[in-house]
Design a protein around this ligand. Structure first.
Ligand code: NAD
Length: 477
């Protein structure tokens, strides 16, 4: 199947204050499987940003007064609308992001799941004292207009990890997708206009200049950012000017530890998908795979066997499991890392053939490179995975923790008690045992070290979009 034609065309609009807004200057949107432009998005400047912030501020006055349950119901309506349009949205997603269609569909449905799922949390008034003399109530109040900034690897789900939290807590939002993947989010913004009051959710698109313009805009009360650690640091500095609240979900270099008691044949494919899903462009992917020496050779050979047969290609084609790199910049970065691994003499185990259009790279393993090689120390964010041999638990924990990142990790073993003990010693915000890449509206995802500040998801994630407000009420005059 080739790229489909889209019923609403390929010229997308921003949603600001309930209106569809365009700009004369446009951003080209490239299909990474072909390398060709297939759509365009508006290029917002200061004028459109000011309009969006003003629309958010106007809407905030009423939205924060909506009863919590009403906001919850409206978000559930939004979820229904996204689900009803899943076919169109997932095709757009595959065209701009590259991920195979069935998995694109899962991400679009994930947005709906979060819009509904975050509604499981309540924001009750907490009574911290209730004596004869006084009663003290702690309310959770919204912050104002929130700035959301999103990367290109999970453009829709990560947008809705922000939108669901911010709106449920009573804030309004101006959200900016990545310049590489704006169109599915812009289209969802148009759709949600049918349900949400004008100005509650504003979606704007723009080039590299728009992000810094947003983080320095005095009209925002908070910045919720997902992206690289380097950009996260710039955003934190920018937010300091007027002490905006921040939530930062940043990079990772996650370790998975595979103990000698696993069934190699049974877990190999799960380990492989935990590293290479979305062509390894996932913050919480396994990026360092530590395998016990007793099973190392067998596991390496099985993983290499999978790399040779699992299909990389255009996400619209049948049987494809892995799409292209999402953009040329990332393609060049990861290609350079692959070249470096070869040039310094590492043993590189290459996967099967890939198309010669667009930004495709082969699924690649590196056989037991030294701990200080770039392929181990850097977040590749692409399909090159170091396999690392270990002998003792103390040794592997020290090596896994030897990273400036602390996003997530995994332990694979039949001995669950021992796996839990290892999990407690890993310096990461999340650890999975015998599974990978799990997240849920029930549970916070929070990066340790330079992987982030604050949390998304779970009650903790929702509270990040509120401020405690304590009221002391005397019982006697
Ligand atoms: P990026 O930091 O380059 O860009 C992310 C977003 O920030 C984009 O929308 C971009 O336009 C914007 N931006 C860039 N510079 C900015 C600035 N100075 N001020 C404000 N905004 C700016 O990241 P990316 O390459 O799009 O995404 C990949 C990175 O994101 C990886 O490091 C990955 O690990 C990380 N990530 C983290 C999580 C998480 O939950 N922790 C999830 C997904 C991705």
């Amino acid at each position: 199947m080739t790229t489909p034609t889209f019923k609403h065309g390929c010229e997308f609009s921003m949603t600001i204050g309930g209106e569809l807004i365009n700009t004369a200057e446009r951003l080209d949107v490239i299909n990474p499987a072909t390398g060709e432009v297939f759509a365009s998005a508006p290029r917002a400047g200061q004028k459109e940003l000011d309009m969006a912030v003003a629309a958010g501020q106007r809407a905030y006055g009423e939205w924060k007064l909506y009863p919590y349950n009403e906001r919850r119901k409206l978000l559930a309506e939004c979820a229904k609308l996204i689900t009803a349009n899943v076919d169109e949205l997932s095709q757009l997603f595959t065209a701009e992001q590259g991920r195979p269609l069935a998995m694109a569909r899962d991400e679009v449905l994930g947005a709906a799941l979060w819009l509904k799922g975050m509604g499981m949390h309540e924001l009750p008034v907490e009574i911290t004292e209730d004596t004869d003399a006084r009663r003290v109530e702690v309310h959770r109040v919204p912050l104002g207009v929130v700035c959301g900034i999103v990367p290109w690897n999970f453009p829709v789900l990560l947008a809705f990890w922000k939108i669901s939290h911010a709106l449920l807590a009573g804030n309004t939002m101006v959200l900016k997708p990545s310049p590489f993947t704006p169109v599915t989010t812009l289209r969802i913004g148009e759709l949600l206009n049918e349900v949400l009051p004008a100005g509650v959710l504003n979606i704007i698109s723009g080039g590299d200049e728009l992000g810094p313009m947003m983080t320095s805009h005095p009209g925002f009360a908070k910045i919720s950012f997902t992206g690289s650690t380097a950009t996260g640091k710039r955003i934190m500095a920018s937010a300091a000017t007027d002490l905006k609240r921040i939530t930062l979900e940043l990079g990772g270099n996650d370790a998975a530890i595979v103990m000698p008691d696993v069934d190699v044949k049974a877990v190999a494919q799960q380990l492989f998908m935990g590293a290479f899903f979305n062509t390894a462009q996932i913050c919480i992917a396994t990026k360092r795979l530590y395998i016990h020496e007793d099973i190392y050779d067998e596991m390496r050979d099985r993983l290499h066997g999978l790399a040779k047969v699992l299909k990389v290609g255009n996400g619209f084609d049948e049987g494809v499991l892995f799409g292209p790199m999402q953009n040329k910049l990332q393609y060049d970065r990861v290609s350079a890392l692959m070249t470096d691994a070869r040039e310094i003499g590492l043993t590189v185990l290459e996967g099967g053939p890939v198309p010669d259009t667009g930004y495709f790279l082969p699924l690649t393993l590196v056989d037991n490179p030294p701990d200080d090689s770039r392929v181990v120390t850097e977040e590749a964010f692409g399909p090159i995975l170091p396999l690392l041999k270990f002998s003792t638990i103390d040794e592997v924990i020290a090596r896994a923790n030897n990273s400036e990142y602390g996003l997530a990790g995994a332990v694979w073993s039949k001995d669950i008690e021992q796996a839990v003990a290892i999990a407690h010693r890993l310096e990461t915000g999340t650890v999975w045992i015998n599974q990978n890449l799990q997240s849920s509206p029930t549970t916070p995802l929070a990066g340790h070290k330079q992987s982030g500040i604050g949390a998304e998801n779970g009650k903790d994630g929702l509270l990040e979009f509120t401020q405690p407000k304590s009221i002391y009420i005397p019982k006697t005059q």
